[in-house]
Design a protein around this ligand. Structure first.
Ligand SMILES: [Zn+2]
Length: 134
């Protein structure tokens, strides 16, 4: 696993600097803008809201990635890197090269995702208050 630490640290730096830039962009957006929509229609306001929501979603993803990268560096330090946290098997090197911060092998990832989809389906069936009209 030569160079993986550098790779993880590099990724971490990249993500953190993206977050920093994003934070300053968000800060700018929070500034009062008296004449954003000079036309006076709602269109640009809706667009602006959508843009911000996308920004927040991306931000959350980036923060998640920071946590995963940091966890991967911890695991590397502890000598646990490259081992699946679910089943204890070695994670395929090709998978680690593609996604250096992964903690599970393909099989377990697949199982977790299927479980997640099943939970979503159960929630959709029992969680919603409204009945479908058809
Ligand atoms: Zn596994």
């Amino acid at each position: 696993m030569k160079g993986i630490r550098e790779r993880l640290e590099q990724d971490l730096l990249t993500v953190v600097s993206r977050l920093r830039r994003m934070d300053s962009a968000v800060a700018l957006e929070e500034l009062p803008a008296p004449v954003i929509a000079a036309d006076g229609d709602d269109f640009s306001e809706v667009q602006e809201l959508e843009r911000r929501e996308i920004g927040f979603a991306t931000r959350e993803l980036l923060i998640e990635r920071v946590h995963r990268l940091q966890a991967a560096l911890d695991r590397l330090r502890d000598g646990e890197y490259g081992t699946c946290v679910e089943c204890g098997e070695d994670i395929a090197p090709a998978r680690l090269r593609a996604l250096p911060e992964v903690q599970t092998c393909v099989r377990c990832q697949d199982r977790i995702e299927r479980l997640g989809r099943r939970l979503e389906a159960v929630e959709a069936e029992f969680g919603g208050g409204e009945d479908e009209e058809d």
